[in-house]
Design a protein around this ligand. Structure first.
Ligand SMILES: Cc1cc2nc3c(=O)[nH]c(=O)nc-3n(C[C@H](O)[C@H](O)[C@H](O)COP(=O)(O)OP(=O)(O)OC[C@H]3O[C@@H](n4cnc5c(N)ncnc54)[C@H](O)[C@@H]3O)c2cc1C
Length: 373
């Protein structure tokens, strides 16, 4: 008899898992809390790395579609200091396709394809060890049993407590995100500043990073070290108040960079949380975790890549059918922990240097990963 498999969460990890299972004619119940695919703005752009996210797209049979949509020119990167001096200006060779960018919404739609997601299914709790299998509890009070529940429900996973008591902790760095639309027509100077890819400016314990998405949309991230309650006397729902606080925080920075904040519409507060660098757990039959639920790390270009590859790899090992499914999950967990642990260390050290008292440390990070810049 085929296993009853559910994945909680329809983000990169959950959709990659379900899509690769689908490619192998294996059905998975995808339980997603959002009521519809477009219920929330999908977020910014992601660069998919060779051997990580790109490999996952290959395993899902989606490489050609990905190539058609992705933006290799989005790998361009310019670094300024706070008075506007250009410190690095790297433009990829047209043939350079190591880390092309794709909008999150486009990636989601690619993965969704033929999948039948159960939208509006918020999970509250996952309880293994029942007579009928693993019990999934829903926000509306219902319960449903499965043989395997894969928790791909992100940073604040409701599946995680079934295997681990650990919860995310604050890194000391907060990011406030804003966006500009139609940048080429409405803000041509800012469009030139951002270029085809990203512009980043590093100051003392502060950074501003702006990234071009498709369709003239730009996402701007203002990052700074601050206590978690930095906004105690600020109404985060009041865009003008947040803008004004950010302009004070970045006071003295070159005008075009401040203009990214002056013209931004809407501000999203994202305190950066992480799980401990080597988060593992004692294997629990019938439940596992993928992606941010397993190894939340700073947003430095690895999280979605790992999430996609893990989803694809777990699906392949289950669909292969040569091993007992529980042994396949155990072996997958060992591989995931080893790889994610390495990336968690790299990204934790990266965040320390990118938002640090010494802006030269940030520049050194880029020089290390991209010596030609
Ligand atoms: C600003 C920012 C920029 C980033 N940039 C990059 C980048 O360039 N490259 C990169 O590789 N990574 C990047 N990351 C990290 C990346 O976004 C995450 O690592 C990735 O989205 C993790 O995927 P996931 O599927 O594990 O979790 P998520 O993307 O968080 O998806 C979880 C899904 O589960 C659903 N869900 C949550 N709770 C429940 C519940 N109780 N019941 C049912 N469904 C639920 C959610 O609605 C969501 O759809 C960035 C992160 C941030 C914040």
């Amino acid at each position: 008899m085929r296993q009853r498999i559910a994945v909680v969460g329809g983000g990169p990890a959950g959709l990659a898992f379900a899509r690769v299972m689908h490619r192998h004619d294996r059905s998975v119940t995808v339980l997603e809390r959002d009521p519809a695919p477009d219920a929330r703005p999908p977020g910014g752009t992601l660069d998919l790395h060779e051997g990580l996210g790109r490999l996952a797209m290959d395993k899902a049979g989606l490489s050609a579609e990905f190539e058609a949509l992705s933006r290799p020119e989005g790998q361009a990167m310019r670094i300024l200091d706070t008075d506007g001096t250009v410190l690095r200006d790297w433009r990829p060779d047209p043939a350079e396709r190591a880390n092309p960018e794709i909008d999150r919404g486009q990636l989601r739609d690619l993965l969704l394809g033929p999948l039948d997601v159960r939208w509006g299914q918020g999970v509250t709790k996952v309880v293994p060890g029942g007579r009928d299998g693993v019990l999934v509890h829903f926000e509306d009070g219902r319960q449903e049993a499965f043989d395997l529940v894969v928790g791909a429900d992100g940073a604040w996973s409701r599946t995680r407590p079934a295997v681990s008591p650990v919860t995310p902790h604050y890194t000391g760095v907060t990011s406030v995100e804003t966006s500009l639309d139609d940048v080429d027509t409405r803000h041509p100077d800012l469009a030139r500043l951002v270029g085809d890819g990203s512009v980043a400016v590093y100051g003392v314990n502060r950074a501003v990073v702006a990234q071009r998405n498709s369709g003239g949309h730009v996402k701007v991230h203002a990052q700074f070290r601050a206590p978690l309650d930095w906004h105690a006397h600020l109404d985060l729902g009041d865009a003008e108040a947040v803008r004004s606080r950010l302009l004070t925080l970045f006071d003295g920075w070159t005008a075009p960079v401040l203009d990214l904040l002056r013209h931004g519409t809407g501000f999203v507060h994202r305190p950066l949380h992480v799980l401990p660098v080597s988060h593992t757990w004692t294997h629990v039959p019938g439940v596992t975790l993928l992606g941010d639920a397993a190894h939340l790390m700073p947003p430095l270009g690895a999280g979605a890549n790992l999430a996609l590859l893990e989803g694809a790899e777990l699906a392949e090992s289950l669909a292969d059918g040569s091993a007992d499914p529980d042994d396949a999950v155990r072996a997958f967990e060992e591989r995931m922990w080893a790889r994610a642990g390495r990336w968690a260390k790299i990204t934790a050290a990266g965040l320390e240097r990118l938002v640090s008292p010494d802006p030269a440390a940030a520049l050194a990070v880029f020089d290390q990963v991209q010596p030609s810049r």
